[in-house]
Design a protein around this ligand. Structure first.
Ligand code: ADP
Ligand code: MG
Ligand code: MG
Length: 951
């Protein structure tokens, strides 16, 4: 679009340029504009590329996020509901697609649109873009459909050059302000558009270094203390730095500046940090970003100007209080970047009372209008308030639950809406440990409390200090799980390392800083604004100023951070379970004294009322079963009997059984195992009190139970009276080249029927015994790894005979079922035959995924990164069910099975049972239940409710 700089045509008429490449999957979910776009396209007209807002109205609305991006849609909405929004226009996300499709070129016709929209802005503002006497400045802001804060770029004060800067100084009568704006513009443009960045990670931003030197030379601490002539010098020095380092001149023509900025924002959609953020948050690359060009308002005009960021409720705790920060005489991201430590929003009431009152009104108005907690950005210019952004605020899991539940109590939203809003994964945070009160008290008494900062991410974390995000990432890749990332401040480049850490803390920045924001989103423990810390990245130390003097913390030292209280403690501190765990599992806290638990319980009761899917747990011990019931399990979906064999006293006879050379010896060993298994099952039946318990017969290959070291082999030889050589030979015999596809599952029971027989006897004996105690029981025996009907027939016959024998011998019957796992593709494809014998199916989606992809779960890490980077797998198929492949087999099996037995009970017991997207799929294809680990049950219950509400 070089045309933009030269072509002076003011024509508003859109040129007839067809969209080269519309969005592949269109804007499916939404919405009027896409329909409109489609209609326009059919009529041979060009889709509208820019949408105006300002002067009390707008061409867009909040529903148009897909086309205008979140920021653009909400700017339009705020203008429409009468909030003070500086005028501007949004270039659509479709233009971003055009930009990439056309080889990173802006469509030709866009130039005319932009000129027309700039003219409309000029009318509202009463100033002219590029004018020497009365210049209008603009910001160029990114804005995707889903908010990606800080991931892409923004440029402020665009339109300044030596002429317009002089004009701005004269017109405003404020030279300091004009050159403050100018030096900021050059630094931002130099970084974002021209690409002048720090060279090494230990280096500071080149413009920041020049600024720091200037402050030092002038003997001031804050940038707001620099006088006009110093700022003028900075302008020249910044330009010289650009010329020296990059060999280019800073562009003077405002339209050339604008073109460069728009392209840079489109390009920032594909920068590293945006790409990673998208991957972490499942945002498709083809969405594209919109660009907002907006008239500048200035928070850096002096003591009656300010800029700030607020939340309509506390984003960490969820409490219904106005929450935010501001800085007087500052611009843009100063608050977020921690240039100066910002003030709490209440203090604005003393400084600029009129604007503060207006802001409080807007807080109310926005919550009423959006019925959701809003994150807002504002600027005050000479006492007048302007709104620059609003969006649904990111929040911690604690805040998510609290806000949703309280908004129902306030009658702002319905229960269903509350359920839709809470991110199922976020419930994890409510189960996370906190510091053991006694341990923390002791640490403080020992003088180990180092510092206090702002509590930005609730929870407790104890770990080793690491100072660089890339190193945190590398350590985590080597299996180091206890890392606390400590930095002066964090930036979007750090997100990988932040993700790899248990928690993080910063010396600078407030509750709206980057670190705080990421913590809320990732659910990490976090402390920000801990100004007692100072960093020496070269020496890899952090010095903390305490009342007793300075403490130096080195890389690798242990520290503990309390994200509820904002406290940093030297060394390790033991943790204790959360309120929810203490009420439900440990039963040492009264529910009445546990407000976090009370809100959790309320939300869960709504979820239970809304969901159709039942939830079960994967558990194989009585205590796990009790935990499962406390978390809402309606049964056990998978009891892995092999886990029991590793329990006390059981591994010996198990090994004896495996090395036995004939059936009689095997039976002798099995006879020793039987009473032990029976006791395990009895414990589970007692804990489950009549809820169904699905017990899987032995599944893993036998070599997994044998000793792998010499000493173990010698012991086993001694215990079984066999020679060391004989044991070694047996181990050699059992070794498999591909154990995933080897002698395991029902193949064990087919070759050694006495194993299945023993297990079935143990189950039924336990069932009858427990039912004689007056406790209801309902066992479901599940045969693993079935691929043919005949396998199931043979195993089912053994189980049924064992049942009949036990019932006859003990003089009592109990109800039971025999079913199978569907985890081999052949079983899914012949499910109609298998359903003739099976009384239920449970999808073993771990194995089904392995076999469908021909890729073992243990080998996935070798390829996953490359596969995701190239978009071969959008998500790890072992985390979320692959709907196209694995899912299609599941659907086939379900319909073939129910074709034979319409009421056939269907469930899932793979790891996927606790994954929200997979739960949604299971609901869609009509399964009866999902089963997952006990601690994921709250997530599954909520996900099941959301799935039901969606249908
Ligand atoms: P991000 O998407 O990273 O939040 P924004 O586009 O919101 O980036 O820009 C960052 C900040 O720049 C805003 O919070 C606001 O303070 C400032 N800003 C953007 N546009 C303007 C404007 N037209 N006038 C004044 N300040 C602006
Ligand atoms: Mg913003
Ligand atoms: Mg399996």
């Amino acid at each position: 679009m070089p045309s933009l700089a030269k072509n002076k045509s003011k024509s508003l008429k859109p040129k007839k340029v067809a969209l080269k490449n519309g969005h592949k999957n269109g804007h499916k979910n939404g919405i009027k504009v896409s329909a409109k776009t489609a209609i326009l396209k059919k009529a041979g007209k060009v889709a509208k590329r820019t949408f105006f807002f300002g002067g009390g109205k707008a061409e867009g609305t909040k529903e148009m996020k897909n086309l205008l991006g979140g920021k653009g849609a909400n700017l339009a909405e705020m203008a429409n509901i009468g909030l003070p929004v500086p005028p501007g226009f949004t270039i659509t996300t479709d233009v971003c697609t055009e930009f990439y499709a056309g080889g990173k070129k802006l469509p030709k016709a866009l130039g005319d649109d932009i000129r027309a929209q700039i003219a409309r802005m000029e009318k509202v503002v009463g100033a002219k873009f590029g004018d020497a006497k009365n210049p209008m400045l603009v910001s160029v802001r990114s804005g995707a459909r889903a908010s990606m804060p800080g991931m892409m770029d923004t440029i402020l004060n665009l339109g300044l050059n030596d002429t317009t800067a002089a004009g701005l100084a004269a017109k405003s009568g404020n030279e300091r302000f004009a050159y403050d704006s100018y030096r900021r513009f050059i630094a931002m443009y130099g970084d974002v558009v021209l690409g002048l960045k720090p060279e090494k990670k230990e280096d500071h931003d080149p413009f920041d270094e020049i600024l720091a030197a200037k402050k030092k030379a002038r003997g001031v601490k804050l940038d707001s203390e620099l006088p006009a002539d110093a700022l003028k010098e900075l302008v020249a020095e910044f330009k010289a730095e650009i010329k020296n380092r990059l060999g280019v001149d800073f562009p003077n023509d405002p339209y050339a500046q604008l073109e460069g900025a728009i392209k840079a924002v489109f390009q920032s959609w594909q920068n590293d940090r945006a790409n990673l953020y998208r991957r972490l948050n499942n945002i498709p690359a083809e969405w594209g970003t919109a660009v907002n060009v907006q008239a500048m308002v200035f928070g850096n005009k002096g003591a009656d100007s300010a800029t700030g960021v607020c939340f309509t409720r506390d984003p960490a705790s969820g409490e219904n209080v106005f929450y935010g920060e501001f800085l007087v005489n500052a611009q843009g991201e100063d608050v977020v970047a921690g240039i100066r430590t910002p003030e709490k929003i209440e203090a604005l009431g003393n400084v600029l009372p009129k604007a503060y009152k207006q802001l409080l009104d807007i807080r109310k108005k926005l919550e009423k209008h959006y019925k959701e907690m809003q994150d807002i950005e504002f600027t005050i210019e000479n006492g007048t308030l302007y709104m620059l952004q609003c969006r649904n605020g990111k929040r911690t899991g604690f805040a998510g639950v609290r806000i949703a539940v309280e908004m129902v109590d306030e009658k702002l939203i319905s229960k269903e809406e509350a359920l839709r809003r809470v991110e199922p994964e976020a419930l994890n945070q409510l189960l996370r440990p906190v510091f053991l009160p006694a341990a923390k008290k002791k640490a403080i008494e020992e003088g180990r409390l180092l510092a206090k900062g702002l509590p930005a991410g609730p929870g407790a974390a104890t770990g080793k200090v690491v100072f660089f995000a890339d190193e945190a990432e590398a350590l985590a890749a080597k299996g180091e799980t206890n890392l606390i990332l400590c930095r002066h401040e964090t930036s979007p480049e750090d997100i990988r390392g932040m993700n790899a850490s248990l928690g993080f803390m910063t010396a600078f920045g407030g509750m709206t800083s980057h670190a705080a924001l990421v913590a809320r989103q990732m659910g990490k423990v976090c402390i920000v604004g801990c100004d007692a810390l100072s960093f020496d990245y070269h020496a890899r130390t952090m010095t903390v100023t305490t009342a007793q003097g300075e403490v130096v913390v080195k890389e690798g030292d242990w520290i503990s951070i309390d994200g509820f209280a904002g406290e940093v403690i030297n060394g390790r501190v033991d943790t204790t379970p959360s309120e929810v765990i203490r009420v439900l599992i440990e039963k040492n806290l009264d529910a009445k004294e546990a407000p976090v638990y009370a809100r959790y319980a309320k939300l869960m009761s709504w979820a239970d009322a809304a969901r159709r899917l039942r939830v079960r747990a994967n558990a194989d011990q009585p205590d796990q079963s009790e935990a499962a019931v406390a978390f809402g399990a309606e049964g056990i979906g998978l009891c892995r009997t092999e886990h029991m064999f590793f329990g006390e006293g059981k591994i010996g006879p198990m090994r004896e059984m495996i090395v036995a050379e004939n059936e009689a010896d095997r039976r002798a060993a099995l006879d020793k195992l039987l009473p032990l298994q029976r006791e395990d099952f009895a414990g589970i039946f007692r804990a489950m009190k009549g809820r169904p318990v699905t017990i899987r017969t032995l599944d893993p290959p036998l070599h997994e139970f044998l000793p792998h070291d010499e000493a173990g082999v010698r012991d086993l030889a001694r215990d079984t009276g066999k020679s060391v050589e004989a044991i070694q030979e047996r181990i050699h015999d059992l070794k498999e080249s591909n154990p995933m596809l080897g002698h395991r599952g029902c193949r064990l029971g087919i070759t050694y029927p006495e194993i299945t027989e023993m297990q079935a006897r143990a189950v039924f004996e336990a069932a009858v015994d427990v039912s004689k105690e007056g406790i209801e029981v309902f066992p479901e025996i599940m045969i693993p790894l079935v691929g043919t009907k005949k396998e199931l027939d043979l195993q089912a016959a053994i189980v049924r005979k064992a049942a009949a024998d036990v019932f006859a011998a003990r003089g009592k019957k109990v109800g039971y079922m025999v079913g199978t796992m569907i985890e081999i593709p052949r079983a899914a494809l012949t499910a109609d035959q298998i359903a003739e014998t099976a009384e239920f199916f449970s999808f073993g989606t771990n194995d089904l995924t392995q076999m469908t992809f021909g890729l073992s779960r243990d080998d996935v890490p070798r390829v996953l990164a490359a596969y995701q980077a190239q978009d071969i797998y959008q998500v790890d198929p072992f985390v979320s069910v692959d709907r196209q492949g694995v899912g299609s087999l599941m659907k086939t099996a379900a319909s073939l099975g129910r074709g034979v037995k319409p009421k056939l009970k269907l469930g899932i017991c793979g790891e996927h049972g606790g994954d929200p997207s997979s739960v949604e799929f299971c609901n869609e294809i009509g399964l009866d239940y999902v089963s997952c680990s006990p601690y994921r049950l709250p997530i599954a219950r909520l996900a099941a409710a959301q799935a039901a509400l969606k249908q």
